[in-house]
Design a protein around this ligand. Structure first.
Ligand code: NAD
Length: 261
């Protein structure tokens, strides 16, 4: 599969370029990042194929024969780039967080129109996807729970996309409307109420991406925890999603749907 990477000079983008270069059925054909435009990609990612220069924008995509675009940028950029790629008939596998429901509706319409896949996944770590699923199962039996998500201090959004999706999955497993009212008024130190689930965000150097969901029941607690120890943890999920993409036209939110969970 011929793949382009948007945000190629970023922390995640570089890792994606490295991961693609190691797969025999993947070909990295285009790297886009205005912050490094014109630079040989190999200066950023020594494992990348020689001869690729980082591009300023995705307007070059049709000339590269890219079949899929991986996007790890920022919400404002993804809001522009994802519809453009879909319009070009290119599958999109995106990990960028902070997109809104209005964005997703527009992506769904374009993906349907062009018959290509658009995956928006807040977490590509397969273990994190399992953690969310296990939390949703636990919530059916132990409905009282809180989420603590811990990330590096440069993360722009809080709570994380993973924490928001986990809260949504828990609320839905508990059969509750997501009206945010369950927790009632509480001091800020009690975290943010997301559909009746309190979410606490920790930002500290040394952390990558971690989350625990703590359930409390009669005389017992259950803690489900996932740790991404470095950014390679996301790569098997990205490669899996690229291989799956042609089988799932239309918009999908969350990798768990393609994992059959
Ligand atoms: P980063 O700041 O290191 O990288 C973002 C890159 O995007 C930068 O190099 C920037 O120059 C580039 N960029 C900005 N505008 C662009 C445009 N128009 N076209 C192309 N590139 C553009 O950030 P990061 O840590 O790599 O994270 C990127 C995104 O991925 C964030 O939204 C983060 O929350 C998300 N993320 C998702 C997962 C997941 O599993 N889904 C995991 C980690 C991070």
């Amino acid at each position: 599969m011929r793949v382009a990477v948007c945000g190629a000079a970023g922390r995640m983008g570089r890792e994606v370029c490295r991961a693609l270069s190691a797969e025999s059925d993947m070909e990295l054909v285009c790297a886009v990042d205005p912050a490094a435009a014109g630079k040989p990609l190999r200066e950023l990612v020594p494992e990348a194929p020689g001869g690729l220069l980082v591009q300023e924008s995705i307007s070059v995509l049709p000339d590269t024969g890219a079949e899929a675009l991986v996007d790890f940028t920022m919400a404002e950029a993804a809001r522009q780039n994802i519809p453009r790629a879909l319009e070009m008939g290119v599958h999109v596998v995106a990990g960028t967080t902070g997109l809104r429901s209005g964005d997703l509706e527009a992506f769904a319409e374009l993906a349907d129109k062009r018959g290509v896949a658009c995956l928006i996944a807040p977490n590509f770590a397969l273990g994190a996807v399992l953690m969310m699923r296990f939390a949703a199962i636990a919530a059916r039996f132990l409905p009282d729970c809180e989420i603590i998500e811990l990330h590096h201090p440069l993360k722009l959004d809080a709570p994380s996309g993973t924490a928001s999706l986990t809260a949504e999955m828990i609320a839905s497993a508990r059969g509750e409307a997501d009206d945010g009212s369950k927790g009632g008024k509480a001091p800020p130190s009690r975290g943010e109420d997301r559909g009746g689930v309190r979410v606490h965000s920790v930002r500290l150097p040394g952390l990558v991406a971690h989350q625990e969901v703590i359930f409390g029941g009669v005389g017992q607690t259950l803690t489900i925890r996932h740790d991404s120890l470095d950014r390679t943890s996301f790569m098997p999920g990205v490669i899996f999603a690229l291989r799956e993409a042609p089988r799932h036209p239309g918009l999908t939110v969350g990798l768990e749907k393609w994992m059959g969970l």
